[in-house]
Every structure is written in structure tokens, then in C-alpha cells.
Design a protein around this ligand. Structure first.
Ligand SMILES: Cc1ncc(COP(=O)(O)O)c(C=O)c1O
Length: 434
């Protein structure tokens, strides 16, 4: 089970008035100065988490390795620059993510491209930039890519995304390695074998690696080990020399104190160990081991800050506390009943006096950020802080009700930087004056 402190950024503290601080900055003051909803990313947490994974790989895996951040968790130019400076790679899934990665300073060799339905323009951009690898998802794409690379006479490195039918214990929306997955080339049924054979005889595609991603919020290494064994078996069967291998991302994080909190040591030891075993017993050279964490790197670094507005009783007697954001900036509770915890920035240490539902301001009954939580007495104008908000919130945000996306700040000691500016209605796509 998670400790309460492990849900908050590492630099979380209190000021002399007992108010919540991150990297020494009062969260309530930042909210007053920048407005809400406001997202804060803590530099210390991101640095520590990136170093932890890199160090674990270095300690456990004697071959080359890479931590490639899954940009879908949260990406913006400012944030990408921080990640590039940490020496990470990028797992991109769109033209937008590839362009941001380049602009932020990632070398093409540090970027690989995923997606189950990549557009021609995404594939062409990836070919022309000579990125690390295009991760081919299906036979149809393999054919298109061969054509596009041939037209440009560019020999293009690819990995194949394999679906090995390994089940993981997680929410059905996060399972991507099973037989119903829309992603990848299934081993069962023969698509994986056919793709390997076609890629091996291709003139323009250079098959350098195999990849698997089983899903998200996984807390044990065993499914990864099974999946990697299945990739090694495929490579052996097809006499394929693997320069790269990737078990994807998906290592889990806690969102409340009731959730499991597993150190990534088990993950990295597990994947490193099985790649070594499988390759060494066959007398093969160790491939570059590429992991693709999104949530584990970014979730804890981020908090969402809202202003408390209307407080009232629902007809069933439950207390409602409404905030000025909700499903537009964080669709996770509405999408898959994600659970969260919260504190009040002005009084994080005050005794809890009421049970409440934290609801958003969208015109949707399901716009509820926290279904049931304890709170101290609160007043309109105080600030509610939701931790573990750094992944899959803003990146899935919408403009529902023509709401505008929040501002995002990077906070470190003595320094606050805008990573993403607040959207304004006049700048949005719907504001067309014809
Ligand atoms: C191919 C791939 N790699 C990595 C990730 C990152 O997963 P997580 O954020 O759970 O680590 C995802 C997430 O959907 C993914 O689809």
C-alpha cells in the first residue's frame, strides 16, 4: 500500500503558515498569481524518477539500454526540453509528438514512432528524418511503409509490435497485449510470423527490433518476462538478429493510499534478467533494451490545482464541493473510474471534518473528480490540490463546454517557468470569424 507522502511530488513541504509548498513555492500563491485550474510539475521528482530508471538499467543490464519517455503521458515543448536534457529518448505516436520532440532537441536517433493507424504524412516524416525506428503495427502498414520508403529510396529501420497474448491484471481499457487488442501483430493466427518474413525479405525496410507493450498500471514483472521470452522465441524461429528489444512501458503507480506501490526495481530486474537469460543461452549478442515508461516518470511529478467554488448538499444528503476544472482537464475518473485523493493548499494539515464528493464544473453528471473523500471545513476561494496528476490528464484534456486548457508550470527551487500557457477562447479553433 502506498504511503500518503509517496503520492505527492518529492519537494512537497509546508511554509511557516502551514500551507502546502512545492519546491519551496506556496501552491496557493501560485494559484492566485497564475489562475486555476493550474498544473504544476516538480523538477526534483522528474529528475529523480528519470535517474532511478537509468541507474537501475545500468546496474542490471550489461548491454546498451535506453529510457524512452512515452510522450502520450504529457508532452509540451517546454516539458520535452526538460526530458531531452535528462538524456531520455521519446516514444512518439503522432506528427505533433515527433515535431515537438525534434524542436525540443531530441536527436532523430532518440525518437521512435508508434501507432496502430499511422498516417502517410507521419510515416513520411519518420522516414525522412531517419528516426530510430518506426514500430510497425500491422501487415497493411508494412506494405505501405515499404512503398513509401522505396519511393524515397531510403532504407528505413523498423521494429515490429508483437501481440503475444499475455494477460495482465489491470483495467480492461489498459490491456493491450491480449487477443482482443487493436494493437500489434498477433503471434496467434500468424500475423507476427508473416510480418517478420516479409520484413526480412524487404529491400527498403531494415528489421532491427521487436517490441511489445502489454498495458498500463502493471505491478509485477512476470507478464513482461513472458512477453520477452516470446519475442526471443520468435527471433530464434525466424533466425532474426535483434539489435533492439522493447518490453514497452506500463509500470504502475498508486493514486490513493489503498493502491499498490511497487518500486520499478522489480520491473527492471525482471526485464533485464530475462533478456540476458534468453540471449546468453542462445549465444546471441545482447540487444539494446528500450523501456517506454510514461506514467511512472510523469504522474507523481504533477499536481492539479483548482479553486473551490460552490459547496452544497445533494438531494441524497451527500456534500458536494465543486471546483473550477473537472473532466475537461482530467477525463480519467469519467473514462475509467480512476480514483484520486486531495488536500486543501491553505490547510493541508487541518483535521478532517466532512466527507464530500469533489465535482467538476462540466455539464455532465459523471463529472466527478473524487467520489468520496474526507476534507476539512472549506470555503469558496480556497485551493484544492490533486496529486498524481502528471500523466494522462492534460494530454487527454478536451474543450468540452468550450472550456480552455489550463496553464502548466515547472517548479524548482527559486524558479518557476511556464511550460504551457493557458488557452484563451479567442485563440481556439472554434473562434472563426468569417
Ligand atoms: C506503446 C506504448 N508504450 C508505452 C506506453 C506508456 O505506458 P505507461 O504510461 O503506462 O508507462 C504506452 C501507453 O499507452 C504505449 O501504448
Amino acid at each position: 500500500m502506498a504511503r500518503p507522502s509517496s503520492l505527492f511530488p518529492m519537494s512537497t513541504g509546508r511554509d511557516e503558515n502551514g500551507r502546502l509548498t512545492i519546491a519551496g513555492h506556496s501552491v496557493a500563491n501560485l494559484a492566485e498569481q497564475h489562475g486555476t485550474p493550474l498544473y504544476l510539475y516538480d523538477a526534483t521528482t522528474l529528475h529523480e524518477h528519470a535517474s532511478r530508471l537509468k541507474n537501475l538499467l545500468e546496474q542490471n543490464y550489461p548491454g546498451l539500454s535506453e529510457v524512452s519517455y512515452a510522450a502520450k503521458a504529457y508532452f509540451s515543448l517546454g516539458f520535452a526540453r526538460k526530458l531531452a536534457a535528462l538524456g531520455l529518448g521519446v516514444d512518439a505516436v503522432s506528427l505533433g509528438e515527433m515535431r515537438v520532440a525534434q524542436k525540443a532537441g531530441f536527436r532523430p536517433g532518440k525518437i521512435h514512432l508508434h501507432g496502430n493507424n499511422k498516417s502517410e504524412s507521419e510515416l513520411v516524416e519518420a522516414i525522412e528524418q531517419a528516426i530510430q525506428a518506426i514500430v510497425v503495427d500491422n501487415l497493411d502498414e508494412l506494405e505501405l511503409l515499404e512503398e513509401l520508403a522505396g519511393e524515397r529510396q531510403r532504407r528505413t529501420p523498423i521494429w515490429l509490435r508483437i501481440t503475444p497474448a499475455v494477460d495482465v491484471q489491470t483495467h480492461p481499457s489498459w490491456q493491450t497485449g491480449g487477443p482482443h487488442s487493436k494493437f500489434g501483430l498477433a503471434v496467434q493466427g500468424g500475423d507476427a510470423a508473416e510480418a517478420i518474413e516479409r520484413a526480412q525479405s524487404s529491400r527498403w525496410l531494415h528489421l532491427t527490433g521487436l517490441h511489445v507493450h502489454l498495458g498500463s498500471q502493471i505491478f509485477t514483472a512476470e507478464p513482461y518476462r513472458q512477453a520477452l521470452r516470446s519475442l526471443a522465441d520468435l527471433a530464434e524461429k525466424h533466425r532474426l538478429t535483434l539489435k533492439e528489444i522493447s518490453p514497452g512501458g506500463g509500470w504502475g503507480v498508486p493514486y490513493t493510499v489503498d493502491d499498490a506501490d511497487a518500486d520499478p526495481q522489480a520491473w527492471i530486474e525482471g526485464v533485464s534478467g530475462v533478456v540476458r537469460e534468453e540471449f546468453e543461452r542462445r549465444g546471441w549478442r545482447l540487444p539494446r533494451l528500450v523501456i517506454e515508461p510514461g506514467r511512472w516518470l510523469a504522474a507523481r511529478a504533477g499536481v492539479a490545482v483548482y479553486t473551490i467554488g460552490a459547496c452544497k448538499k445533494a438531494p441524497d444528503g451527500s456534500s458536494l464541493v465543486a471546483v473550477d476544472g473537472g473532466m475537461a482537464d482530467n477525463p480519467r475518473p469519467a473514462l475509467y473510474q480512476a480514483r484520486y485523493t486531495c488536500v486543501v493548499a491553505e490547510k493541508p494539515g487541518m483535521a478532517m471534518s466532512q466527507r464530500a464528493r469533489i465535482v467538476g464544473k462540466a455539464c455532465e453528471a459523471g463529472d466527478e473528480l473524487i467520489a468520496d473523500t474526507w476534507l476539512p471545513d472549506v470555503e469558496r476561494g480556497e485551493h484544492l490540490v490533486i496529486p498524481m496528476a502528471g500523466a494522462y490528464q492534460l494530454s487527454m484534456a478536451s474543450n468540452y463546454n468550450l472550456s480552455t486548457r489550463p496553464e502548466v508550470l515547472w517548479v524548482e527551487k527559486d524558479r518557476v517557468e511556464v511550460l504551457q500557457r493557458r488557452e484563451h477562447p479567442e485563440e481556439s479553433g472554434w473562434w472563426v470569424e468569417s
